[in-house]
Design a protein around this ligand. Structure first.
Ligand code: UDP
Length: 459
């Protein structure tokens, strides 16, 4: 974007300073002041986001798997790529993989459930690549993998209860060890389940890869510093990896997958903005309301009010709901959720936390809906600014970006998600990480036939 208007002429002392001009950040369109002598094209917030991304990619020399590439704001779709190509079969021997999901929700989830969506897509993609996959999960889970339901039921109302997680993980470990004793050892246990499996990962005979799904907040910093060396560690964004505690080795950075083909392309656009997620203050539903008010656009809010979020919802959200311009539709799932995404003009992501990934951003892209996100955490990596969305620094910039979002092409949003987050691509990255830790298959020993019984030495 070019800077509009000529700098005004000055006299006296001020003439010594380079003249300033009003312009806009080339990425998020925030109004900014520029000195004629400098060539800064990004606002402070976008530049800080870029620095964080650059730092993250330099920070970990041991990172073996890098999927993200810094994106240019001007993007030309590579038409030679065939994103619809069938999954490539795995190059090496098929692996025997145990995927450990959290105990709380069935796989795939019907409504809320970011980790559960990831595990579902990964399980199917690994099977499509020819691996032997067992999913250890809440009963009722269904994927293309063999499923072992460990507990009697799922526990959507007790997310985080350690008594449930411990029971689930202990049974998973028992299953893995029983298989080894029965001569069917797993090559790798890929853990998505939370804390306990990692804390005990050095007590099991199978190599463990643990995906970090949350932010490295204060508790997590302490936890990973103490237990992070017990398994291989995968992060889901460079921003997340960059915030790990000192001394914790990250072995792979693999983003979360999205199956773009599972999202409808025939839903007409409505004029509403969408905010969807859990009602935690850092996810910014209250800021989305202010932006909608500021722009005069309708806003639909969707998501569960989880235990502990009732007060925030009652004080910051509920008083603004009017059933029309600001509307709350509860927790959504299935086709209704997809239509909500696809019919929206934009997804608002006014986050003020180090978002580790943000499944809703890639879901919006898959639905052909651009994302307007604060440049926090993974957002500068996930959103291709100028192609699948806009990155902004504050609410005022977000309100301005809402007026520009129609310039983005829904087909490009989908293409961006397909090129960078396809399940097969993600599964191939995880496969590399599995092969790096899997015990090599024992070489078949040449069979030596004894000449006669007398040569057989008793043990
Ligand atoms: N979600 C849903 N229904 C809702 C609200 C959220 O299915 O009413 C899903 C959403 O589509 C996404 C996941 O829950 O797949 C939230 O994942 P995200 O990574 O965005 O957030 P977090 O894991 O931090 O809650």
């Amino acid at each position: 974007m070019t800077v509009r208007g000529e700098p005004r002429r000055r006299s006296g002392a001020s003439a010594l300073r380079p003249p300033v001009a009003f312009g806009r950040c080339e990425r998020c369109l925030t109004p900014m002041l520029r000195r004629a002598s400098d060539d800064e094209r990004l606002c402070a917030s976008c530049a800080a986001g870029d620095r964080a991304v650059a730092l993250a990619s330099r920070a970990e020399p041991s990172v073996r798997t890098q999927l993200y590439r810094p994106q240019s704001t001007v993007h030309v779709l590579d038409k030679r790529r065939n994103p619809l190509a069938a999954p490539a079969p795995s190059a090496g021997r098929p692996l025997r993989i145990a995927l450990l999901a959290p105990p709380w929700l069935r796989i795939p989830p019907h409504g809320y459930g970011g980790i559960e969506s990831v595990v579902a897509l990964l399980a199917d993609a690994l099977v499509a690549r020819g691996h032997d996959v067992t999913l250890l999960a809440a009963p009722g889970s269904r994927t293309d993998a063999q499923t072992v339901g460990l507990l009697d039921s799922s526990h959507p109302d007790r997310i985080g209860a350690s008594v449930i997680e411990a029971d689930h993980v202990a049974r998973a470990f028992e299953h893995v060890e029983r298989e080894a004793i029965a001569g069917r050892p797993f090559d790798v246990l890929h853990d998505h389940s939370g804390w306990i499996a990692l804390a005990m990962a050095d007590r099991i005979s199978v190599p463990v890869l643990h995906t970090v799904h949350g932010p490295f907040d204060e508790d997590a910093q302490r936890f990973y510093a103490a237990h992070g060396a017990k398994a291989s560690i995968a992060c889901i964004s460079r921003a997340q990896a960059a915030s790990r505690p000192d001394g914790v080795r990250v072995d792979a950075i693999v983003p979360n997958p999205i199956d773009v083909d599972a999202w409808p392309t025939d839903v007409p656009k409505d004029d509403h903005l969408l905010w969807i997620g859990r009602f935690a203050p850092e996810k910014g539903a209250h800021r989305a309301i202010r932006v909608a008010r500021e722009t005069g656009r309708r806003l639909i809010l969707a998501g569960p009010v989880q235990p502990g979020q009732e007060e925030y919802f009652a004080e910051e959200i509920d008083p603004h709901l009017d059933g029309d311009r600001i509307r709350y539709v509860g927790e959504v799932g299935g086709r209704f959720k997809q239509e909500l995404f696809a019919s929206a003009r934009a997804l608002l992501m006014p986050i003020t936390w180090p978002e580790p990934f943000g499944m809703v951003m890639v879901e919006a892209m898959a639905a052909g809906t651009p994302v307007i996100a604060f440049a926090e955490g993974s957002a500068p990596e996930v959103v291709e600014a100028g192609r699948s969305g806009l990155l902004v620094g504050d609410e005022a910039a977000m309100a301005h970006a809402v007026t520009r979002v129609d310039e983005l092409d829904p087909a490009e949003c989908r293409a961006s998600a397909r090129e960078r987050f396809s399940p097969d691509r993600v599964a191939a990255r995880y496969e590399d990480a599995y092969r790096a830790i899997a015990t090599p298959a024992p070489r078949p020993r040449p069979r030596v036939e004894p000449a006669d019984e007398s040569e057989v030495v008793p043990a």
